[in-house]
Design a protein around this ligand. Structure first.
Ligand code: SF4
Length: 234
């Protein structure tokens, strides 16, 4: 079987898996091509820079020191069985498994639901903006299918929206929050967009990026829909 392709590793984090001390594996490969991608070097599958066996030994040595391992990317589920088998091995060591996902693979999500304890799911934009942002037209429907399924499992879930003002307005954010809330989402996160690379004619300003975080009325409305809302303004 093909080995998992690991393109990056963060050895310790308190913010990528809520409530857990964790490490993050960044897996190679992503079916999307988001305009604002902060990890474009991970989009192609290619060869992983990290030896999976050595990383596994490293994880094993963290037993008792870390509580969780997060599979991020790229899109971790794109490597399908290689990811699933590796997750199972890490889970068998006693770690909680977290997954950051864009929701593109609802069928694979079903296959990992017995080992993944928590997911952070991207709800990137309204349906109208999804294709322009991600480059593919079926992403929204797949993400909604993934969301519906994961809510039905009752497992840990955070839905997050990164507010790139070129694709998300304040009204859009409200609409996204309403949809997520109506689907049973309890934990929502609003994330500030960071301009890693922008075309000269489509540049955003700090005020455009900040607008989601200094509107008290908007904040109040969104916070009334969920048990918890995290405002990641950095
Ligand atoms: S889903 Fe994530 S990793 Fe994939 S292209 Fe979009 S931002 Fe990049």
């Amino acid at each position: 079987m093909k080995q998992i392709q690991i393109g990056g590793l963060v050895s310790f984090t308190t913010i990528d898996y809520p409530g857990k001390l964790a490490a993050v594996l960044f897996l190679r490969g992503c079916p999307l091509n988001c305009v604002y991608c902060s990890n474009p070097h991970l989009i192609a599958l290619g060869d992983g820079e990290y030896d999976p066996d050595k990383v596994f030994d490293w994880i094993k040595a963290r037993t008792g020191k870390l509580e969780g391992i997060v599979f991020s990317g790229g899109e971790a589920l794109m490597q399908a069985d290689a990811t699933i088998n590796y997750m199972k091995r890490v889970h068998d060591l006693g770690f909680s498994i977290g997954l950051h996902t864009n929701g593109f693979y609802p069928e694979l999500l079903k296959k990992v639901s017995d080992v993944v304890d928590w997911i952070g799911l991207d709800f990137k934009a309204t349906k109208q903006q999804y294709q322009a942002l991600t480059g593919i037209d079926v992403v929204y429907d797949r993400m909604i299918e993934s969301l519906k399924y994961w809510v039905s499992t009752g497992r840990g879930l955070e839905v997050r929206t990164t507010c790139d003002p070129r694709f998300v307005s304040k009204d859009d954010l409200l609409e996204i929050a309403k949809i997520a809330s109506s689907m049973g989402v309890k934990n929502f996160a609003v994330q500030k967009y960071t301009p890693y690379h922008e075309d000269a004619d489509k540049q955003t300003t700090p005020a455009m990026r900040e607008q989601f975080f200094n509107d008290d009325e908007l904040k109040k409305k969104i916070e009334s829909m969920f048990e918890s809302v995290i405002w990641r303004n950095n």
